[in-house]
Design a protein around this ligand. Structure first.
Ligand SMILES: N[C@@H](CCC[C@H](N)C(=O)O)C(=O)O
Length: 259
């Protein structure tokens, strides 16, 4: 079978994108997803995204991590919006469906402003925090994230009993100015540090914003810069959460696979 694909990246979080409006991609074939995401034996990516038709929406985003597991992906969703615009499915505004529910998004000056699902609460996790932004995120503040053992400590927390059996993503945060934080993330499903994680930086921005009474936080990741805006309700929940940043097409190709 020949598969036509596009490669996108959002602050260095990279994705294989497939226009699957014909619904022909065998999405239950997880070894195929793993192979396409493999950096040595396939195309290479942190995740794979199918764009499908969905009644009542402009499209549906079906997201897989590189290991074939599924969750919500913020950077992937921004790339899916850019890809759908490239395909002519949408213009500058959209409403689409993802695993965690409906999302709205806008393309403004080439950047994608993605509406995230509301967050009901920030939970304490020992000295750290836990936030579900569509995907689960442990958030730890550290003195110097540049020198922190992100992969080693991230994988210990990811597999900790408190998060079994599904595990969690793990974010390490260092504030660098009053309204800017630096974030590095260990991602479940990639089982490594990625250059950026959209749902992860959203979780970190909510915690930092809550602690410092901010409603907009700038985030610096190893793959580039993002911005998160939100409003907080009196009961400690968050809404109108926007994840804002670039999403770029990198290349286009075809790959032959045996199914
Ligand atoms: N890179 C993503 C998060 C992808 C899902 C995550 N690895 C999980 O399994 O929860 C993002 O940009 O949000």
């Amino acid at each position: 079978m020949e598969i036509s694909f596009y490669k996108y990246q959002g602050t260095g979080n990279d994705f294989v994108m497939i226009d699957d409006r014909s619904a022909t991609f065998p999405e239950k074939n997880l070894p195929l997803v793993q192979k396409l995401c493999d950096r040595k034996f396939g195309i290479g990516a942190d995740g794979l995204i199918l764009i499908r038709n969905k009644e009542g929406y402009d499209f549906e985003m079906i997201y897989f991590n590189a290991d074939g597991s599924q969750s919500m992906c913020g950077n992937g969703a921004r790339c899916a919006v850019a890809f759908s615009r490239f395909l002519g499915i949408i213009d500058n505004e959209t409403k689409f469906l993802a695993i965690d529910g409906p999302h709205k998004a806008k393309v403004v000056d080439g950047w994608v402003e993605l509406g995230m699902s509301p967050v009901s609460s920030l939970a304490n996790a020992g000295q750290d925090f836990f936030v579900n932004t569509g995907s689960p995120h442990h958030v730890r503040f550290v003195e110097n994230v540049n020198e922190y053992p992100v992969v080693q400590t991230g994988s210990e927390i990811r597999y900790a009993d408190q998060y079994a059996p599904k595990g969690t993503n793990v974010n390490f945060v260092t504030p660098i100015s009053q309204n800017e934080i630096q974030v590095r993330t260990y991602e479940r499903g990639v089982e490594n540090e990625t250059l950026s994680c959209g749902t992860g930086v959203t979780a970190c921005a909510l915690v930092y914003g809550y602690q410092n009474q901010l409603h907009e936080v700038n985030i610096s990741t190893p793959g580039g810069k993002l911005k998160v805006r939100f409003s907080e309700n009196a009961d400690g929940s968050f809404q109108n959460i926007l994840l804002i940043g670039p999403a770029e097409q990198v290349f286009h190709g075809k790959i032959n696979v045996i199914i």
